[in-house]
Design a protein around this ligand. Structure first.
Ligand SMILES: Nc1nc2c(ncn2[C@@H]2O[C@H](COP(=O)(O)OP(=O)(O)OP(=O)(O)O)[C@@H](O)[C@H]2O)c(=O)[nH]1
Ligand SMILES: [Mg+2]
Length: 208
């Protein structure tokens, strides 16, 4: 699938602000600084589309990007550490959670995990919620250029074991490095696969 057009529809600061079109949505989530916005830029081949920063907490709103006038990539704020004040942080987290648990058009969530860091408490807590509310998701191990391939595979094996211990089965996963330019095609291919298979909107789920 070729990405021909990308249209930014403006940041959404409230979860009830509807997007322009009723299209399937593929969203990116994970701890702050894990590389969500960078991955969206890379997938769309537009370096300055989503704002990137080395400081955790850069993305603070829901940012929808309309692709080929057919589907959306959604950049979400991260969870976990950031230097933003507590009040603002709570507001951002509510916005993000409302989107994930209420949005009918969300077809798949890509949960990004830094490949150097094992399952964190905040990840486990978040995955528990995804499981409980039956949100379809897969895992993307990011920044794979930052460790040796041998260590990367060891880390992923360890992650899988831990994941299976808690959640029984490991979902589909991808490995990406923006620096090494690897992993992009597989993600686009997967989006294409699920796009073709079904655009049956998810049923409305209840916010915890
Ligand atoms: N080496 C390397 N650095 C990366 C990679 N992906 C992202 N980064 C860097 O990681 C930092 C954070 O990237 P962002 O894309 O802003 O992360 P984010 O998850 O959107 O962060 P928030 O919006 O703050 O939640 C930036 O300095 C990126 O350049 C990668 O694959 N390899
Ligand atoms: Mg971001």
């Amino acid at each position: 699938m070729k990405i021909i057009s990308v249209q930014f529809e403006g940041s959404k600061i409230q979860s009830n602000q509807l997007f322009l079109y009723n299209f399937p949505e593929y969203a990116f989530i994970g701890r702050t600084n894990v590389g969500k916005s960078s991955l969206i830029n890379w997938i769309t081949n537009r370096r300055k589309l989503a704002k990137i920063s080395s400081f955790p907490g850069r993305t603070q709103f829901i940012n929808p990007f309309l692709i080929n006038h057919q589907w959306y990539l959604i950049d979400l704020p991260g969870y976990g550490y950031s230097s933003i004040c507590q009040k603002k942080k709570k507001k951002i987290q509510k916005l993000m959670m409302d989107y994930i648990f209420y949005r009918k058009n969300l077809v798949n969530l890509f949960l990004l995990i830094d490949s150097r860091i094992f399952l964190q408490k905040s990840d486990i807590h978040f995955i528990q919620k995804l499981k409980f509310f039956q949100i379809p998701f897969c895992i993307v191990f990011t920044k794979t250029d930052k460790i040796y391939p041998r260590i990367l595979n060891k880390n992923i094996d360890f992650f899988k074991k831990e994941f299976e211990k808690i959640f029984f089965s490991m979902p589909k996963y991808f490995k990406v490095s923006i620096k090494n330019r690897s992993g992009r095609e597989k993600i686009i291919q997967y989006i294409n696969e699920i796009y073709k298979k079904n655009f049956s909107l998810r049923r409305k789920t209840k916010y915890p």
